[in-house]
Write a new protein. Structure first.
Ligand code: IDC
Length: 460
């Protein structure tokens, strides 16, 4: 493949868009394309177009776009068969890139000439179907915006301000909610009835969607798991809850093992959910057995993929030692403070299990909270195995600390797993009652009592 020249300062621009392929009516379609002028000189320029297919696999594609300036001409192109008629340019796939799997990208390029200005092309399309800006999935119809007065409606698009998570009024807020268990195992716990209970009875502000990558998770069926995650994002949105999309890496502990999968997954879910205000991305659940430098390197490769598709969403970065800010590996928050991820609008994950992680972990969070934006995207009331007895005293000490520091949290788990961390008794998800106190475990009773107290979201 002919390589593009290094990016020069001259007129580089990135265009996010969607191309729809001419496909059977029931296919999910969509892609993103990045147009970059890599070099420009008097009357000439070189440009690259990175096309990523976000829908179902496509074959025999033709990319079309419009040159906005009548003087712009493709002189010579590569990695496709190029032609131009007036301002209309087409690039047809060649043998080795004619088929694009879901999430697959191909880099096209050309040398062009121009007179006057040299604006970016517009109206990208594939196989003659106009671009829409998002994935169209006929099995996945658009949902209504969150109902008035719900957490997502009141707070709107979130962002990081200082060390806090802030709402659309630029005021710090705390989100309190629950994490799913692995969606590959506990799908029956995430239907309309249980999520109604979570939103209406628990008054939960958020649902963390734990999509394991290994352990029969994403790697076994990327398209299927991507759809499940999107479906849960929609179900959370319809109920006014934020959705935390958790790329649940755990074993192996080095997130770089899943770097390509992460890029594919996040480019897809970020493009598909870009217009929603209720989505937060968590790029690596619990890095372990790996240096902070390696985690940071992973983050700095995955975050730009998300930003290209969904520029304004908050991203949560896992930390060393099972997201303990390094404490479980004998380190502490200083490794992050001294070497932060080079990206804006991000927070760092801190996870704890109350029966295992006590005063020294709480001291770390108290200290770190004034220096780093923290999000407790997972915690348990029990031991780090996910089982054993609820440690009520430690759990309450933790929850009081998080409330005091306005640190958002999601509890492991909103499920009926047969382990102490689950909120529901085993078998609950086979039934229809998710609301009575009879279906709650000790952990579920405690968490419901904490999460269902009134929120106090500033609105000015
Ligand atoms: C646990 C589950 C358990 C499952 C195990 C392995 O509770 O049912 O068998 O994972 O997949 C974490 C992880 C989270 C763990 C949880 C409890 O993020 O996946 O879930 N835990 O061990 N970090 C610390 C504890």
């Amino acid at each position: 493949m002919k390589r593009l020249l290094a990016l020069l300062a001259t007129g580089a621009s990135v265009v996010g868009l969607t191309v729809l392929a001419g496909r059977p009516a029931q296919a999910a379609t969509g892609c993103s394309a990045e147009y970059t002028i890599t070099s420009q000189w008097a009357g000439g320029f070189q440009a690259g177009v990175k096309v990523t297919n976000l829908g179902d696999p496509v074959s025999d594609w033709t990319l079309g776009f419009t040159m906005p300036d009548t003087g712009q001409k493709v002189v010579q192109g590569w990695n496709a068969t190029w032609s131009q008629s007036g301002s209309a340019v087409t690039a047809a796939g060649v043998d080795w890139n004619r088929t694009l799997a879901t999430g697959a990208s191909t880099d096209l390029g050309f040398v062009g000439s121009f007179t006057g200005s040299n604006p970016a092309p517009t109206s990208f399309s594939l196989n003659g179907v106009a671009c829409t800006g998002s994935v169209t999935d006929p099995t996945d119809p658009p949902t209504d915006p969150p109902a008035t007065g719900t957490p997502a409606d009141v707070n709107g698009q979130l962002h990081v301000c200082g060390v806090h998570l802030c709402n659309q009024y630029d005021r710090p807020i705390q989100l309190r909610g629950m994490s799913t268990h692995g969606i590959q195992w506990f799908g029956s716990c995430y239907g309309d009835a249980s999520l109604d209970a979570l939103a209406d009875d628990w008054k939960s502000d958020l649902l963390r969607v734990a999509m394991y990558v290994q352990e029969d998770g994403y790697e076994t069926d990327p398209d299927g798991f991507t759809r499940q995650v999107n479906r849960l994002v929609d179900m959370a949105e319809a109920r006014g809850m934020y959705a935390l999309i958790d790329f649940h890496t755990l074993t192996p502990g080095d997130p770089n093992y899943n770097l390509d999968r992460a890029k594919t997954f996040f480019s897809s879910v970020a493009a598909r959910n870009a217009d929603k205000k209720n989505v937060i991305y968590e790029i690596a659940n619990e890095p372990n057995g790996v240096s902070w430098a390696a985690v940071k390197n992973y983050a700095e490769q995955v975050i730009p993929v998300i930003r290209a598709a969904d520029p304004d969403a908050v991203v949560i970065v896992g930390t060393r030692g099972w997201s303990s800010l390094g404490v479980s590996d004998g380190s502490n928050e200083s490794e992050v403070v001294n070497n932060p991820v080079n990206a804006a609008n991000i927070m760092y994950a801190f996870h704890f299990y109350a029966a295992s992680h006590k005063d020294n972990y709480r001291a770390t969070v108290s200290r770190a909270a004034s220096q780093l934006p923290l999000f407790v995207s997972e915690f348990g009331t029990v031991s780090a195995t996910g089982g054993g007895a609820v440690d009520r005293a430690s759990s309450v000490a933790w929850l009081d600390l998080l409330d005091q520091l306005k640190i958002s949290y999601a509890n492991w788990t909103f499920s009926d797993a047969d382990e102490g961390s689950a909120a529901f008794k085993p078998g609950t998800c086979n039934g229809s009652d998710f609301s009575s106190s009879a279906v709650l475990t000790e952990s579920g009773t405690l968490l419901k009592s904490r999460i269902s107290t009134a929120d106090n979201f500033p609105t000015s």
